[in-house]
Design a protein around this ligand. Structure first.
Ligand SMILES: Cc1cc2nc3c(=O)[nH]c(=O)nc-3n(C[C@H](O)[C@H](O)[C@H](O)COP(=O)(O)OP(=O)(O)OC[C@H]3O[C@@H](n4cnc5c(N)ncnc54)[C@H](O)[C@@H]3O)c2cc1C
Length: 427
C-alpha cells in the first residue's frame, strides 16, 4: 500500500493528527476497539462519553484506512430503496432501519456541530444523476420511496440537473438535501480528538496481533503490549486481517481510485457544481465527484485491484472528467490516491456478534462516511448492554462467503463486464 500522505489530497490538507503513542505494556479497560477509522472512532467517542474506559488500537495512524481516503460524501440510505428494505426486514425492523440509514446526515453533521469538528463540512445536498433511461426510472422510484417517508428529497429534471452539475451529460435524477460532504481525514481526526477528550486512549502503530479469551474477558496483544477488556469491537472494514478467523471472508475488498485537480480558477470552474453538491451517478461502476474547499474537482471511480495504484492509473477518472467537463481540458491532477471499499454479498453492512462481548461492524459497500459513523455508535450501544432487538439494524452472526477466493476473483472480473454494460446502456 503506498504511503497515504504522499499522494492523497485529504492527508495533505487535513487538520493535524491527534497526539498519541503506540501501546507499551499491559493494561486493563472496559472496551478495546481495533481500527481507528470512522467506525472505531465513533464507537470510542460514544463509549467514552458514557464513562467507559476505552482503548483504541490502530495498526497505522488514525484514518489511515478508507476513512482518510474516501470521497467524503455523506449519503443517507443503503443500496436498497426504503420500500425494499421494509419488504426484506419486515414491519418492525424494516422501518427502524430505514429511519436509521436515512438519518446518517443528522448523525454526522450533528456530531460535527456538537464536537466542533473543523472539517470543511458542507450540507448542501447530494445528486444522483442518471446516465441512462433505465437508471433514471430507478432513481426516480428511489426518490419517491424516500419522499413518501417525508425525506427532504426532490426529483430533478434534465435541465436543472445540467445547471446543478454544470454538465449536460445526464438525463435527470434526484437531489437529497439530507446529504453533504466533509474533508474526511479532518473528520476522522476530529472524531478521534473528541474521543480522547472524553477519556478514550488511542494507540497508533499498534496492530492487534492476537485476540484470545482470558476467563470471562478478552486479551488483545500488540507487538509491545496487551489490553484486557470485557468488550472487543472490531472496526477494520476493508482492511480486516486474520485477527478473528473468517471475518475477512465476509467482505470483498474492491479498489476505488480518486484524483483531484489543482484548484480551478473561478472563471473556468464557476459552472461546475455551483451550489456545492456532492454527486455520484447511477452507473454500475459509478463516477463520484465534488469540489473541495479550495475549488479542486475530485473525481472518483472503480479501479483494478492493485495496492500500488498511482498517477499512471488515472485514465478512467481522466476520461470521466473529459466527458463531463471538457472545458477543463488540460487542467492537471494534483493528487491521486486509492483505497479499499468493502463490499458484502447481500449489499447490506454487517453488524456482527462474533462471540460473548465480541462485536464487529463492516461492509459499507462504499457508503461508509455516514453508515460507519452510525454503526460505530450502534457497536457502542451493544457493548454497553443494549439488547440486539433494540438496535435499529440487524445484529447477526458472522457468515463467511462460501467459495471466497472464487467470489473475490469473480467480483474483480466483473469490473470489466460492468464497465461494458454501463457503456452499452449509456449508448
Ligand atoms: C477511495 C474511496 C472512496 C470512498 N468514498 C466514499 C464516499 O464518498 N462516501 C461514503 O459514504 N463512503 C465512501 N467510501 C467508503 C468509506 O470510506 C468506508 O466505508 C469507511 O471509511 C469505513 O470506515 P471504517 O472505520 O469502518 O474502516 P477504515 O477507515 O478502513 O479503518 C479500518 C482501520 O483498521 C485498521 N486495522 C486493520 N487491521 C487492524 C489490526 N489488526 N489492528 C489494528 N488496526 C487494524 C486499519 O489500519 C484501518 O485504519 C470510500 C472508500 C474508498 C476507499
Amino acid at each position: 500500500m503506498p504511503e497515504l500522505t504522499s499522494s492523497c489530497l485529504w492527508a495533505n490538507t487535513a487538520a493535524p493528527d491527534v497526539k498519541a503513542t503506540p501501546l507499551q505494556g499491559a493494561k486493563s479497560v472496559d472496551a478495546v476497539i481495533v481500527g481507528a477509522g470512522f467506525t472505531g472512532c465513533a464507537a470510542a467517542l460514544a463509549l467514552a462519553q458514557r464513562g467507559a474506559r476505552v482503548t483504541v488500537l490502530e495498526a497505522k495512524t488514525v484514518g489511515w484506512g478508507a476513512s482518510g481516503r474516501t470521497g467524503g460524501q455523506v449519503i443517507p440510505g443503503l443500496k436498497y430503496d426504503p420500500d425494499e428494505i421494509e419488504a426484506m426486514f419486515g414491519p418492525d425492523l424494516g422501518p427502524r432501519m430505514v429511519a436509521a440509514a436515512g438519518g446518517v446526515g443528522d448523525e454526522v453533521f450533528g456530531l460535527i456541530e456538537r464536537q466542533a469538528i473543523a472539517c470543511d463540512a458542507q450540507r448542501k445536498g447530494w445528486l444522483q444523476p442518471a446516465y441512462s433511461a433505465k437508471s433514471l426510472e430507478l432513481a426516480l422510484r428511489r426518490c419517491d420511496s424516500w419522499k413518501r417517508r417525508g425525506a427532504n428529497v426532490t426529483p430533478v429534471d434534465r435541465s436543472r440537473m445540467s445547471q446543478l452539475l454544470g454538465t449536460g451529460h445526464y438525463l435527470g435524477g434526484w437531489e437529497d438535501l439530507r446529504a453533504g460532504h466533509v474533508q474526511p481525514m479532518s473528520y476522522v481526526r476530529g472524531l478521534a480528538l473528541a474521543a480522547q477528550r472524553s477519556g478514550a486512549v488511542i494507540h497508533p502503530e499498534s496492530p492487534a496481533l492476537s485476540l484470545t479469551r482470558q476467563g470471562a474477558r478478552w486479551r488483545v496483544t500488540t507487538p509491545k503490549g496487551s489490553v484486557d477488556a470485557d468488550q472487543v469491537l472490531i472496526a477494520t472494514n476493508g482492511y480486516t486481517d486474520g485477527l478473528w478467523p473468517g471475518l475477512s471472508r465476509t467482505v470483498v475488498p474492491m479498489m476505488s481510485y480518486q484524483a483531484a485537480t489543482v484548484p480551478i480558477p473561478e472563471a473556468l470552474g464557476k459552472s461546475i457544481l455551483p451550489a456545492g453538491h456532492a454527486a455520484s451517478d447511477t452507473r454500475r461502476l459509478l463516477w463520484y465527484f465534488r469540489r473541495d474547499a479550495h475549488g479542486r474537482l475530485i473525481m472518483g471511480g472503480r479501479a483494478p485491484y492493485r495496492e500500488d495504484l498511482g498517477a499512471a492509473d488515472d485514465n478512467y477518472v481522466r476520461s470521466a472528467v473529459n466527458r463531463l467537463y471538457p472545458q477543463l481540458g488540460s487542467t492537471p491532477f494534483e493528487f491521486h490516491w486509492a483505497g479499499r471499499v468493502a463490499m458484502t454479498q447481500d449489499h447490506i453492512p454487517h453488524l456482527n456478534r462474533l462471540d460473548e462481548g465480541l462485536w464487529a461492524a463492516l461492509g459499507y459497500n462504499g457508503r461508509g462516511v455516514g453508515m460507519a459513523t452510525l454503526l460505530g455508535r450502534l457497536l457502542a450501544d451493544l457493548a454497553s448492554g443494549v439488547a440486539p432487538k433494540d438496535i435499529p439494524f440487524p445484529v447477526t452472526s458472522m457468515h463467511p462467503i462460501v467459495g471466497y477466493p472464487f467470489t473475490r476473483l469473480v467480483a474483480r472480473a466483473l469490473v470489466g463486464y460492468y464497465r461494458l454494460r454501463d457503456e452499452l446502456e449509456a449508448a
